[in-house]
Design a protein around this ligand. Structure first.
Ligand SMILES: Nc1ncnc2c1ncn2[C@@H]1O[C@H](COP(=O)(O)OP(=O)(O)OP(=O)(O)O)[C@@H](O)[C@H]1O
Length: 971
């Protein structure tokens, strides 16, 4: 294709290569086959015929060769390397590559000729092909030998070594050849003279190679490379040291190398193993040390937790002793995850920090409660913290739990659970009743009855939830009607959890719910679930308590809740009643004398819990969303204020058997007394008949009814109507003795006739007599004293201080004042508290004289005030003392003996010797702080008055009402 090349008939490889070295022939040929494949061919004019004379310098023809090779590669034909044309001493295979390439080019041309551009291309392998196989193949060694190794397989096969020298020489030559080839291929930084020397082949090539290397690289790198090369050479030499023949050399070499590698690997493994054992030991030690430290820390931590727990317990005990309202705060989870939270921190100790997420600077506020439940707290965890309180209902304590907070903050969720309840999400109401049932089952010695009431306050109207009925309900004072604050609401007995569940579902159905912008199922009423527990143990002791579970409706800003029409009206009622609750809490916290319970139905209903001796727990619910920051702050402030309210220690509503026996005894005494009254009337008739001068007064006495009103003081639970009757009686009918005084002796009218002391005598046979008969006290046995103010009205006006002081006086002054008399005090105390105010006022109008001593105590608030004032107590003690003095005076020196037929018979066995005057006066002195003047001085004078004998004027101011016999004498 390119014309004659000037080659001899049988050219050597060298001739052939030299002919092609300039690249001109090749470029022209490829341009013929693929026109324009090499756009510019560098031609040397002198080369023409003298190609075999002088090889062109590499840099001159390199351009042609490179262009040719690029064109070949573009045609995807087998290629060779430019360096293949550079050598005079051709390696085995290098010429083969060039031949392959030219043959492929020829075949390509032939295909082009026959089939056009898309014809099949069949490569023809050069006859030298076996020799052209790649002789250098990298062997990636493992372990410490990182050098490249030579794959000698082909060489070994083709040219088996014959002896050791030959093998050595061959190995070194091969290595040097390979390295130098690589060096020349890169053609960088190689001194031209060195290349020439190399080409001449006269110089020792190993040395020459070292020189080239040192020229090319830094010394250090050379050393490294050199040492690697030497190592390879050494390996090759090792290979050559074994008996040779038939290619065994290579295998031995491989075997040896592998053995060495194996040895190195083994050393490495043992080294690694020992290192591993060391590490293991070290780790073991570290772990032991860590364990010891962790133990230390855990001991410290458990101590810390114990201390925190104890602190909390003590704090709770303190709060309980002070009777504080317990306050738990619960934070609802954020409903929409994109919302910002205003909760900064929730402490384990009940602290809570909130901030305004829209103005984070300087808006952080901290609050402290008994406990704070975070958004992830489960219903069970909340109940666990409440359980102890709820369980105390079974021990006779009244408990009230109420949920307070903004609308949608989770009150109903806490109290009743979510609308679709599962067993884990049950609210406190359900769990509490469940628990109460469980306790009642475990306490076998007490028989419990559990009743449930469920009502709601909707728009300031109280209505039942357990029946569909529109009738209105009334709130009453608990203590007057067997513990029921809403007596006409339906009471449902419950015996199992399923009863409770049914009941609550029923109640929920009847409750008022509505949808607002803030909560799609918003409670529009306050719901109150009251659980009444009545227990009786085998010895007859009873407990009676109640648990109020209140789910308040949520406070709401009507602009936010978008309430209209009925919803707006509901919201106004809800907000008003909650603000009334706030007023009550505020008044309680400030210990005001007036607590505005009556301002709303809600506060009226909670009055017995807030104002009584119940245990109170408030759940303050907050929404964590930043939008609700304002409402959250006001809820938290309300809760904080509530936690400062001190209600006083809770009372246990337990009535022992003994108390009941005493009550029975009082009943018996009442009966006996009534009989005795009848006898007395008969007696008075007889007296009237025998003494006509007394006719008029006896007529008046006849009009006096039997004296049930005297008994009212003993029985706090006497029906109101009975008490009212006795009061009416009092207005119309005066004590016969008083009347006698009015009618017979004017100068005695000024006496404080309304104070008297009744002394009932209990004979051994158990019958009682009334001292109104004015029997001598010396003959009394087993005295039971009843202190009456103004005779029968005493129960309406009796001040608790007076009574208790008087009773104590009796206990000290009279050895037979039995313990059971004192145990009766609480019921009497209650009675005095329960008297309606208007009754007291009426009495005051009728009995102005009493005002000096009693009127200041006639309201409940003044009773409380008097408790605080020691001087009042002292005064009452003194007045009781004077009364006693009077009674003694009356009893002691009375010279007139009643006709034996008119007196109850008292046997000598029943009579106890009277307390001596000295002893009495000493006791009196100890109680009244008034010095006794001596046994010769009368008791009246010992209380600050003068001797009975000193003047008649003193008699006029004597405060002892005369006995019946004395009256008779005066008349
Ligand atoms: N702790 C909680 N975990 C999961 N969801 C809660 C929690 N508390 C409240 N929710 C959900 O928030 C929503 C509002 O709760 P809920 O109705 O109990 O609020 P509320 O305070 O009773 O509102 P309202 O006063 O308007 O009746 C309900 O969908 C309830 O399921």
């Amino acid at each position: 294709m390119v014309g004659p090349l000037g080659l001899p008939q049988q050219p050597t490889d060298k001739d052939f290569i030299s002919c092609l070295r300039s690249g001109i022939v090749l470029c022209n040929a490829i341009n013929k086959i693929q026109p324009g494949a090499v756009p510019k061919v560098v031609a040397n004019q002198s080369i023409g015929t003298a190609w075999d004379i002088q090889p062109l310098p590499a840099y001159q023809y390199f351009e042609n060769i490179r262009n040719f090779l690029d064109a070949v590669e573009e045609l995807k034909l087998p290629s060779f390397q430019a360096s293949d044309l550079e050598r005079d001493t051709l390696d085995v295979g290098s010429a083969a590559k060039i031949v392959d390439c030219i043959l492929a080019l020829k075949t390509f041309h032939e295909c082009q000729q026959s089939y056009g551009d898309n014809g099949p291309l069949k490569h023809i392998k050069s006859p030298l092909a076996p020799q052209s196989a790649a002789r250098i193949r990298p062997i990636i060694s493992s372990g410490s030998v990182n050098s490249r190794r030579l794959d000698m397989s082909n060489a070994d096969k083709k040219e088996p070594v014959e002896n050791k020298e030959q093998c050595d020489q061959y190995a070194v030559d091969s290595l040097v050849q390979v390295l130098s080839t690589l060096m020349f291929d890169s053609k960088e930084n190689i001194d031209r003279s060195l290349i020439d020397l190399w080409n001449e082949g006269k110089t020792d090539r190993v040395k020459l190679f070292s020189k080239i290397m040192s020229n090319c690289l830094e010394e250090e790198q050379v050393l490294k490379l050199y040492s690697k090369s030497v190592m390879n050479i050494h390996l090759i030499l090792q290979c050559s040291s074994v008996p040779l023949g038939n290619g065994d050399c290579y295998h031995w070499y491989q075997l040896d190398a592998q053995e060495k590698e194996l040895r190195e690997l083994k050393a490495l493994v043992s080294e690694t193993r020992s290192e591993f054992i060391d590490l293991q030991n070290q780790m073991q030690n570290d772990l032991t040390e860590l364990g010891a430290r962790a133990l230390e820390l855990s001991v410290a931590a458990s101590g810390y937790h114990q201390a925190i727990k104890e602190n909390r317990h003590l704090y709770n005990v303190l709060q309980e002793l002070r009777g504080n309202i317990r306050v738990y705060c619960r934070i609802r989870p954020i409903i929409s995850s994109s919302e910002k939270s205003c909760i900064e921190y929730i402490g384990n100790d009940g602290s809570l920090m909130v901030f305004d997420a829209y103005k984070p600077q300087n808006t952080h506020k901290t609050f402290q409660f008994n406990k704070v439940f975070g958004p992830t707290t489960t219903q069970g965890e909340v109940y666990k913290e409440t359980q102890a309180l709820i369980r105390s209902v079974m021990d006779g304590y009244n408990v009230c739990i109420f949920a307070y907070g903004q609308t949608g903050a989770g009150k109903t969720y806490t109290m009743c659970g979510p609308s679709s309840r599962s067993s884990e999400e049950m609210g406190i109401n359900h769990m509490a009743l469940n628990d109460l049932f469980q306790i009642s089952c475990t306490r076998e010695d007490i028989k419990y009855e559990i009743h449930v009431q469920m009502v709601e306050i909707y728009n300031e109207q109280l209505s039942r939830l357990l029946i569909n009925c529109n009738g209105t309900l009334e709130i009453r004072n608990c203590s007057g009607n067997g513990g029921l604050s809403i007596p006409n609401a339906r009471m449902q007995i419950v015996q199992s959890t399923s009863d409770v569940l049914n009941l609550m579902n029923w109640g929920d159905k009847n409750r008022a719910f509505g949808s607002t912008a803030m909560n799609h199922r918003s409670s529009r009423s306050h719901s109150v679930l009251t659980v009444h527990v009545h227990g009786k143990d085998i010895s007859g002791n009873t407990i009676r308590s109640c648990l109020h579970l209140v789910d308040l409706a949520g406070s709401e800003r009507v602009d936010k809740s978008e309430a209209m029409g009925d919803r707006l009206k509901e919201a106004q009622h809800i907000n008003k009643s909650l603000s009334c609750l706030g007023d009550v809490i505020m008044a309680l916290a400030q210990k005001n004398s007036h607590i505005p319970y009556r301002n709303s139905k809600l506060t009226q209903l909670l009055q017995n819990s807030l104002g009584g001796h119940a245990k109170m727990l408030m759940f303050a619910h907050v929404s964590p969303e930043a939008d609700s920051y304002g409402e959250t702050i006001s809820t938290l402030k309300f809760a904080q204020r509530a936690s400062t309210v001190e209600l006083g220690t809770a009372h246990q509503n337990k009535e022992s058997n003994e108390v009941r026996e005493l009550k029975d005894q009082i009943d018996n005494l009442k009966k006996a007394l009534t009989i005795k009254e009848g006898e007395r009337v008969v007696q008075q008739h007889k007296i009237r008949e025998s003494e006509p001068t007394l006719e008029r007064s006896n007529q008046m006495m006849d009009r006096t009814p039997t004296r049930p009103r005297r008994l009212s003081i003993e029985n706090g639970s006497a029906p109101k109507t009975e008490r009212a009757a006795s009061i009416d009686d009092r207005k119309i009918v005066k004590s016969p003795i008083s009347r006698l005084k009015y009618t017979t002796e004017n100068n005695m009218a000024s006496r404080p006739r309304r104070l008297s002391i009744e002394t009932g005598c209990v004979s051994k046979s158990g019958t009682a007599t009334n001292i109104d008969d004015r029997k001598p006290v010396e003959s009394e046995i087993g005295c039971s004293h009843m202190v009456l103010l103004d005779g029968s009205e005493a129960n309406a006006n009796m001040n608790e201080d007076n009574f208790i002081s008087g009773a104590k006086f009796f206990q000290q002054s009279l050895p037979n004042f039995s313990a059971h008399t004192e145990s009766r005090l609480p019921s009497i105390e209650n009675t005095s508290r329960q008297q309606p105010l208007d009754q007291t006022r009426k009495l005051d109008e009728v009995t102005p004289l009493r005002k000096n001593t009693v009127n200041k105590y006639d309201t409940r608030s003044s009773i409380k005030g008097s408790i605080r004032k020691g001087s009042h107590i002292r005064k009452s003690l003194q007045s009781i003392g004077r009364l006693i003095n009077g009674s003694e005076k009356r009893n002691n020196p009375c010279p007139i003996e009643a006709p034996s037929s008119k007196l109850p018979k008292i046997t000598s066995n029943d009579v106890k010797s009277p307390t001596s005057a000295d002893v009495r006066s000493r006791r009196r002195q100890s109680l009244t702080n008034i010095e006794t003047l001596g046994s010769s001085v009368s008791r009246r004078s010992s209380l600050g008055g003068k001797s009975v004998d000193s003047s008649s004027k003193n008699l006029q101011i004597a405060r002892t009402p005369p006995s019946a016999q004395t009256t008779k004498r005066w008349v």
